[in-house]
Design a protein around this ligand. Structure first.
Ligand code: ADP
Ligand code: TRP
Length: 329
């Protein structure tokens, strides 16, 4: 049995998190940003730029700052309406780190070392930051802070979401109803964009060479698509197992135009169609981004407003957690 805070039964609040470790790409747009934008009329969402998470691995301070601002600018250019969807920079709401500590006091060391992502990233060699170990607890704080009910997560974040649920339930059981226990929502598989060069891997910020950056110039995008991996089958059809590259291109076309490929035999035609579709999708975004980028102070103001908007929710949660765990309020 789970105990939840029933401040607003039936209410939905969704939290989508992005790490400012690189440029946003087509996968981020189709898998995360566009669903968020489409749901703006019906679902309360928060877009979180998790800058503290970007420091859990060796990082360049100037890049984190630059990507934080760039990601916020791209979100606005893509159509995130900050009136309805606050864009929040994690480090600008201090309650994230305060709740992180309180949750560390209900998390076990073994729970952290068991995380697959920790094992993978710490196997990479070099010094392992302590924050890499506690990263999932910070992510739990991000989620629980806002009484989040839904968290869109890809497979790689499943285990972290489960930990957030476990910590919420444990805290509620030990110290009284404090947190809403969140649910994970899975993006549908067609919205999972694979790397164009290595189509068995998902398109990611740092992985692979076949990414399409949302701000890439058209000729770069054309080149990436022209080089996209295909196969020898000579048939344009969905077959993820045997034709992952072609399947990915078909899925991207369907996601961007709603249409199937026009020619079932020509990979060149398929690539041309995908190129046109992506250009039609990204040209307006690029133009709006160029306008917004002239005014970084405006974007900073949007971020300050976002933080201000959500801070009362965060403060109320931390207050409950402090009271429950034995601190003086
Ligand atoms: P990345 O994997 O590029 O570092 P993040 O982990 O910051 O991206 O994820 C930000 C959001 O974008 C998440 O909601 C994630 O599920 C979504 N996302 C990331 N990569 C893809 C992809 N290739 N296809 C679909 N959605 C993706
Ligand atoms: N850890 C997530 C990732 O790598 C990013 C993230 C940080 C996040 N805080 C979050 C995602 C809160 C969802 C909710 O993708």
């Amino acid at each position: 049995m789970t105990t939840t805070v029933t401040d607003a039964p039936g209410r939905t609040r969704r939290l989508t998190g992005f790490q400012p470790t690189g440029r946003l790409h087509l996968g981020n747009l189709l898998g995360a940003l566009r669903p968020l934008i489409r749901a703006q009329d019906t679902t309360e969402s928060i877009a979180l730029i998790a800058d503290l998470h970007a420091m859990t691995m060796e990082h360049d301070p100037a890049s984190v700052r630059r990507f934080t601002l760039e990601q916020a600018t791209v979100m606005l250019a893509a159509g995130v309406d900050p009136e309805r969807t606050p864009i929040v920079v994690q480090s600008q709401v201090r309650e994230h780190t305060e709740l992180h500590y309180l949750l560390e006091c209900v998390a076990a060391h073994g729970e952290a070392t068991r995380m697959i992502q920790f094992k993978e990233k710490s196997a990479a060699g070099g010094p392992i930051r302590l924050s890499l170990l506690t990263y999932p607890v910070l992510m739990a704080a991000d989620i629980l802070l806002y009484d989040t009910t839904q968290v869109p997560v890809g497979e790689d974040q499943n285990q972290h979401l489960e930990l957030a649920r476990t910590l919420a339930t444990r805290f509620n059981t030990k110290y009284g109803p404090t947190f809403t226990v969140p649910e994970g929502v899975r993006p549908d598989s067609a919205a999972r964009v694979m790397d164009l060069a290595e189509p068995t891997m998902k398109m990611g910020k740092s992985l692979g060479t076949g990414q399409i950056g949302l701000l890439d110039p058209p000729e770069v995008i054309r080149r990436t698509i022209a080089r996209a991996a295909t196969d020898q089958a000579g048939r344009v059809r969905r077959d993820r197992e045997n034709q992952p590259g072609v399947t990915n291109l078909i899925d991207i076309l369907a996601e961007t135009t709603g249409r199937p490929p026009s020619d079932p035999t020509s990979y060149a035609a398929l690539k041309r169609e995908v190129g046109d579709a992506i250009e039609a999708l990204l040209a307006p975004l690029r133009a709006r981004h160029a306008e917004l980028a002239k005014n970084p102070d405006f974007v900073r103001r949007v971020l300050a407003d976002g933080a201000e908007k959500v801070r009362p929710i965060a403060a109320a949660t931390v207050r409950r957690a402090r009271a429950g765990i034995g601190l003086l309020n």
